[in-house]
Design a protein around this ligand. Structure first.
Ligand SMILES: Nc1nc2c(c(=O)[nH]1)N[C@H]1C(S)=C(S)[C@@H](COP(=O)(O)O)O[C@H]1N2
Ligand SMILES: [Mo]
Length: 195
């Protein structure tokens, strides 16, 4: 299995500005945790793509798996070291879908109604993945079962749990927190928390 270490782990200044280390991620949910049945689960990638993709959980697991080690930074100030995720690189799925020239941003849609957005560039990063395991276990229900997008280069609110579909769009479209004043990109090294 290919292993990826998020580049931020190798930085001398490993903790982004204004953050503090904690032991475990604190669970944040805007709504109650959805019940998701694996057999009927489908991940969909749509919008500004040449090939729309609808893929089952079994088929997703047939793609080349990746183990990712990354730090996890919440905008409220806590960070967790060395979270280990297993899944498939988002760029592998992007390759299948072929983003159109006009695709510039991503809007992630989740089962319970949560959404988040970021520039397309982050979908193509080496360390961005769709994860189904967290610390060598299927992702616990409260942490995003069955599938979560993990974008280590951005604050944790962009790592959406219970992900159901990814929409490639031309114009940057705010998600749940972005509509409430959080940053449209959210790079922790630049402290892009709000605005
Ligand atoms: N679907 C969904 N994903 C989400 C959230 C949410 O409310 N719903 N909260 C975000 C926020 S604000 C943070 S800090 C992280 C927390 O991850 P955890 O709940 O696994 O600790 O999940 C992010 N992903
Ligand atoms: Mo958060």
């Amino acid at each position: 299995m290919k292993k990826i270490i998020s580049s931020d782990i190798n930085r001398l200044d490993r903790l982004p500005p204004g953050q503090r280390w904690v032991e475990k991620p604190i669970i944040y949910d805007i709504k109650s945790v959805p019940e998701i049945d694996l057999t009927s689960f489908r991940l969909k990638i749509f919008g500004m793509v040449e090939n729309e993709l609808i893929i089952s959980f079994d088929d997703l697991k047939k793609l080349e798996p990746i183990e990712l080690t990354a730090d996890f930074h919440c905008v409220t100030g806590w960070s967790v070291k060395n979270v280990i995720w297993k899944g498939v690189q988002t760029k592998e799925l992007a390759k299948i879908c072929k983003p159109k020239e006009s695709a510039k941003y991503v809007l992630v849609h989740c089962r319970e109604g949560y959404a988040t957005n970021f520039p397309l560039k982050y979908l193509l990063e080496e360390d961005s993945i769709f994860a189904w395991e967290m610390n060598s276990m299927p992702i616990p229900k409260s942490h995003g079962y069955p599938l979560r997008i993990v974008i280590p280069k951005l604050y944790a609110w962009k790592s959406a749990k219970y992900v159901e579909s990814i929409e490639l769009v031309e114009h940057d479209t705010p998600g749940f927190w972005e509509e409430r004043g959080y940053h449209m990109r959210g790079d922790p090294w630049l402290e892009e928390r709000y605005g």
